[in-house]
Design a protein around this ligand. Structure first.
Ligand code: NAP
Length: 301
């Protein structure tokens, strides 16, 4: 029996582990993939206080080592269900089940698919959701990035250093991402903005060779590309826990700033929670808040 089971070893979950261990609570962190969450795909974090430049991977590794050194236990197993009992909760994973007196769900989010035909089939054959993971395969080639948020803009900047040409395909003529990053993109000679346009078809033989693009007036054209980086946002990973927490229409966990969900002893922290600002700093803040609230809950039980 653990005091607190944390589902998700991203910045929110690992920060919660640090806070819970510093309060001498027993902690199990369950993670489906590898520690770090989506921040490991960020090449250079520039907006975290006191760290002017640090890669997402280095950041995540430091937090992981800090949590481990404080005594948090990590198991790399996907959690598939939470059962809410009268005295404790049971977290079921693909390998077994664990009992905890409180649970923090810090599962973050997964990539949203573009939704064009054969997208899944072409993953690893030209379609990618991670520029820093796969960008090197497209050195001196032509690639496109779809999306207009910070991820798309940062991916495009990263790829501009590697690829021959980077098309940025966005469905509107204004970017959702930061203007300072958009401005840097506009100054790159090998970056071409394809605005008010959507990718409507993937063209391939064995691998992707081109994308069909349709603009807002219905004009159809083709762009020859070897790589398509999809960066059209993310979907919260809460589906497995819908029986114990309330989700909003977009699937985010309904919990106030204190991270308490509708079920006593179950907390939601980080990008999977309803909130306005999803940043590294707000994820770590959520981790601290959720752990503190969980500690209070255990004290009052
Ligand atoms: P996002 O901000 O939600 O942007 C998603 C983009 O994809 C939007 O431009 C959206 O278009 C477009 N889009 C959505 N569905 C689409 C579809 N089916 N077809 C074509 N385009 C589609 O997602 P994100 O860029 O992944 O960022 C997520 C959060 O992380 C944001 O809060 C972001 O600021 C943050 N983030 C921060 C940093 C940083 O601070 N350095 C880095 C990365 C991410 P519309 O604009 O028309 O809706």
């Amino acid at each position: 029996m653990y005091d607190i089971i944390i589902i998700g070893a991203g910045p929110a979950g690992m920060t919660a582990a640090i806070y819970a261990r510093r309060a001498a609570k027993t902690v199990l962190v369950l993670e489906a993939k590898s520690y770090g969450g989506q921040i490991i795909n960020t090449p250079d974090i520039e907006n975290y206080p006191a760290a002017a430049h640090i890669s997402g991977f280095d950041f995540a590794t430091k937090v992981y080592e800090q949590a481990k050194a404080l005594g948090a236990e990590f198991k790399f197993e996907k959690a598939v269900e939470i059962r809410d009992g009268a005295d404790f909760k049971t977290v079921v994973t693909v390998k077994g089940s664990y009992e905890g007196r409180a649970v923090i769900i810090a599962t973050g989010s997964e990539n949203r698919k573009l939704g064009v035909e054969d997208e899944d089939k072409l993953v690893g054959r030209g379609v990618s959701y991670c520029a820093t993971c796969d960008g090197a395969f497209f050195r001196k080639k032509k690639v496109a990035v779809v999306g207009g948020g910070n991820t798309a803009l940062e991916d495009a900047l990263y790829l501009a250093d590697l690829a021959e040409t980077v098309y940025v395909i966005h469905r509107r003529d204004e970017f959702r991402g930061d203007e300072s990053t958009a401005e840097q993109l506009r100054s790159r000679e090998n970056v071409k903005l394809v605005l008010n346009s959507r990718v409507t078809k993937l063209i391939y033989d064995k691998k992707l060779t081109a994308v069909e693009v349709t603009d807002k007036d219905g004009n159809v054209s083709e762009l020859e590309v070897n790589g398509l980086f999809v960066a059209v946002g993310r979907i919260p990973e809460n589906r497995n826990f819908a029986s114990v927490i309330k989700l909003d229409a977009a699937g985010y966990a309904v919990a106030a700033e204190n991270c308490r969900t509708q079920t006593a002893g179950i907390f939601a922290a980080g990008d999977n929670r309803v909130k306005d600002v999803r940043q590294l700093v707000t994820a770590t803040a959520d981790g601290a808040v959720a752990a503190t609230e969980a500690i209070k809950y255990l004290a009052n039980k």
